[in-house]
Write a protein that binds this ligand. Sequence first.
Ligand SMILES: C[S@@+](CC[C@H](N)C(=O)[O-])C[C@H]1O[C@@H](n2cnc3c(N)ncnc32)[C@H](O)[C@@H]1O
Length: 375
Amino acid sequence: MIILTCHSGFEDIVAKEAEGFDSRPVELREGRVIVEGDLELIYRFNTWSRTAHRVLLLLDRFRVHGLREIYEAASSVDYSFMRSEQSFAVHGERHGVHPFTSVDVAATVGQAVIDSYRRSKGMKLKVDLGSPDVMIEADLVHDELFLSLDTTGGSLHVRKWRRYNHPSSIKPSLSQTLLIFSGWRGSPLLDPFTGGATIPIEAALRWLNAPTHTDRNYAYRKLSFYDPEVERRERSSHPDPIDEPPCSGCIVGVELNLKHHKGALKNVKEAGVSKVVDIVHDDSMRWEPGARFPYIVTNPPYGIRSGRKKHVVGLYERFARRLPRLLEKDGVVVIVTTEHKQMRRALESAGLSVVDERHGRHGKLWVKAMKAVLL
Ligand SMILES: C[S@@+](CC[C@H](N)C(=O)[O-])C[C@H]1O[C@@H](n2cnc3c(N)ncnc32)[C@H](O)[C@@H]1O
């Protein structure tokens, strides 16, 4: 079994991406999608998933009550996938009410790993909390303990193309989740509040069937079952390609602020998608597109950083009234914001119908993604 970690609240969308990769999602948990399949899926997800953060290999799961049972459960697992010269660390997480902390969970599992390995191999494993060769995840969810192996290393949501860091940027993994939520799959697209162009860039890379990371150190390369031949095969082609090639300049981002506009151009160049993405320096409330778009996916200002929440209400109303000039009839708009009540009111007053929504986490913020159609 494989566990994909992701933004809480958007698990079903991550599962949808996983289904396209010929795998079978069997369980959704908060910020986790559990998928059935073979080891080759580790290479597939790490290379191609644009919505997941980490790919974990589930070692085992147990019902436990208290640290003693956690120790016994963790001791029963076979850790022979680690070589005796390798170092390891345990990362603990805890959801629910327990009379101990996640650090206690990690320390208990760590001790169990050392004892179990010494019993089976007669060797003492080294612990390295800074940069271990092998990272074991110990997730205690109420009375269920999930022990898994991190195959990814640093989170996949950190993309190399991001040279300009917009102060309110959206995580690329959430951008991709919103694109799937909208139903977009390779067609003209507009982001009218584009900031550093995360949404247009992620859309273009998906359309080009590009790997999420062309080059990085995956944690799986240090695991005993690592097979470079299977990795090469899995990385050679997209498991769910978009067949139609992208049209020139048909993904458009509009940004009002000159500094962010320049930053967006820098990111677009770095991502190598300048032929597909056009970044316009203008006010979306006035800008006239050559043709209306079938899809708009966007992350407008929330008014949190600027402290101008009232200003945001007016902006959302003007944006919603502007949508019929930007969106085709039956076109779809997906908007993610913390100020979802104001956005829903604005959309409905402008005659759009909200057809679906997801409530989830984006970093420390609770956000809602709303999908609306222009009837
Ligand atoms: C939340 S940020 C978008 C961040 C972006 N998704 C990213 O990842 O970098 C919203 C952006 O909308 C821009 N904006 C606000 N009003 C606008 C308008 N009327 N037309 C175009 N852009 C606007 C702001 O300058 C800001 O950069």
